[in-house]
Design a protein around this ligand. Structure first.
Ligand SMILES: [Zn+2]
Length: 555
């Protein structure tokens, strides 16, 4: 008797081989058999006629660290067919972390995740300090599989305390960091993450940015003992610096025998040579035997914001950022203060903010007058006889700040250019940033978008190739054991989807974060059933109670 039988589907097994008709049988969380018209009974049967049956998708770049503690499915990632996620990216993880340093980490996490403070104080009990303790807390109620990275910034914080974001480490401290990293890897960490760009909530560089090369090299040597991953965020806004990082990663990869990965690689019409130059350098380094995986997302960059909360949209407008970062009462006072408004308008530029704000589209928010939805800020401004910056401020103030604007297609939107890059054997599809930037855009549905935009519409790759890129290729790069392929004995992580309709749904604001925090999400389209370790976790549009997720075993 099988636990589960998926009948009559078209198997795309994740290896890239052509699809074939077969049933897939599951027993004890593993794939028990694959074949045409499998005999035998099963406790439950999924009819997959007309659908593709594929390995569950793996998302290698997420920040679900905090969310996973109260939502073991990392919603809505799972309903898109994602069955394994890598959290702990970009130098930040929830362990190892001494109790006295929790507040420092919360500040850094809030900066990237844009989560309300209640997400850290009310939603879970912070019981652990070491990595094994975090792992145990996480494992209690997972519906999705997790392959956690350990963050370089928290390793520094543990060893150096308050001086972690002030100076380079001394020899003894580097040694202590090596021992701590080794302990995390022994407890199941999939690798180390570091960042050369991120800042905390006060715009101070995160601790990992104070490491010198000797420290990075020493930590990479420990990764080499286990053959584990080094993930970095390079200075992605500067192509020459990023190329220097690619070379540095290649040296570390060759010297220590480790895989490395960096993210993000964006294609931009404003710097059309940037992504191709990075990918060309990656090719050269692979040819030398180095493993330097560039991570590329499928989704164009859209940023939504309202003046209700701080947004990365204002990252290059410091006076706006400072003003909007204040608590609501102070922020409202500042936005009504003529001297502050004068400075904001001046900083918006001599064109009245036309270049920065003009093409933004008013997209809603509870208070937006209906006739303005879909209009650009320029259109609204000229109707009101104001500059774009004035219109943005005044329209927001008139409506309690609850007016959302969207900056659409700010980069990475040219399918014709991006398709061939995604199809390259040396490009790692990922970088969803799931769980981060939650009030700026929905970091979900990138896999659906891969199929709708790059397989069906552009034909940049076949369905089999696309499945391979987000299943077996990912499992191989990260050395996840027995995942990413539909094969007897492998973990039964399975997604059943309609190849003709799979896509991402529209972006919607929801208020499901602890403390009624807002975030943008997307539902899936065309995904029928998602199975994690043999248990149906999502089917026909609804989550089940299954909690069969686990910390990924490593090869
Ligand atoms: Zn990240």
């Amino acid at each position: 008797m099988y636990d589960l039988l998926i009948k009559g589907g078209r198997v795309v097994d994740g290896t890239g081989r052509a699809r074939f008709d077969a049933d897939v049988a599951v027993k004890d969380g593993r794939i028990a058999a694959i074949g045409a018209d499998l005999p035998g009974e099963a406790l439950s049967v999924v009819d997959a006629a007309g659908q593709v049956v594929a390995p569950g998708f793996i998302d290698p770049h997420t920040h679900f660290d905090v969310q996973l503690l109260w939502d073991g499915a990392a919603k809505p990632a799972l309903e898109h067919g994602i069955t394994s996620v890598v959290p702990g990216n970009c130098s930040l993880s929830l362990a190892p972390l001494k109790a006295k340093d929790r507040q420092a980490l919360v500040g850094m996490f809030q900066q990237i995740e844009e989560m309300p403070p209640a997400a850290f104080t009310d939603a879970f009990e912070w019981t652990w300090e070491d990595f094994a303790g975090y792992r145990a807390a996480l494992e209690k109620s997972l519906a999705i599989n997790v392959a956690p990275l350990v963050g370089h910034s928290v390793i520094r914080l543990w060893v150096m305390g308050a001086e972690a974001n002030q100076r380079a480490a001394r020899e003894g401290e580097i040694k202590a960091m090596q021992d701590l990293l080794r302990e995390c890897l022994e407890a199941g960490a999939v690798g180390l993450s570091t960042s050369f760009v991120d800042v905390d909530e006060k715009a101070r560089p995160v601790p990992s940015r104070f490491a010198d090369f000797a420290e990075l090299d020493a930590l990479a040597a420990v990764l080499g003992e286990f053959g584990r991953m080094l993930q970095i965020v390079p200075e992605f806004y500067d192509v020459d610096l990023t190329i220097a990082r690619i070379d540095q990663l290649a040296e570390l990869s060759l010297k220590h025998g480790i895989p490395t990965t960096f993210s993000p690689v964006f294609d931009s019409r404003f710097a059309p040579r940037a992504a191709p130059r990075q990918l060309a350098r990656v090719e050269e380094q692979f040819a030398r035997g180095a493993r330097v995986w560039p991570q590329m997302q499928t989704r164009p960059i859209d940023i939504s914001f309202s003046l209700l909360r701080p947004s990365l949209f204002f990252a290059r407008l410091p006076s706006w950022m400072r003003t909007l970062r204040q608590p609501l009462a102070e922020r409202l006072k500042a936005l009504r203060d003529p001297a502050t408004v004068d400075r904001l308008l001046t900083d918006a530029g001599p064109d009245g903010g036309a270049a920065i704000f003009g093409t933004l589209v008013a997209r809603g928010g509870d208070a937006l007058p209906a006739e303005l939805a879909g209009k650009t800020v320029s259109e609204i401004a000229s109707a009101r006889g104001e500059t774009p910056a004035q219109a943005l401020l005044n329209l927001s103030l008139e409506n309690g700040l609850d007016v959302a604007f969207i900056a659409e297609s700010r980069g990475h939107e040219d399918t014709g250019r991006i398709g061939p890059m995604l199809a390259s054997p040396h490009v790692h599809i990922g970088a969803s940033d799931g769980g981060a930037h939650i009030s700026s855009f929905a970091t979900y549905g990138d896999t659906g978008y891969l199929f709708s935009e790059f397989v069906r519409k552009a034909g940049a790759m076949t369905l089999e190739e696309a499945v391979k890129k987000i299943t077996s290729e990912t499992a191989d790069i990260w050395r996840l054991k027995d995942r990413g392929v539909l094969r007897e004995g492998f973990a039964a992580d399975i997604v059943v989807f309609d190849p003709d309709t799979i896509a991402r749904g529209g972006e919607l604001p929801v208020f499901d974060m602890p403390g009624d925090g807002m975030r943008y999400v997307r539902g899936s389209v065309g995904v029928d059933t998602v199975v994690v370790n043999g248990a149906i976790a999502w089917a026909k549009g609804a989550y089940t109670d299954a909690k069969a997720g686990e910390i990924c075993g490593l090869a």
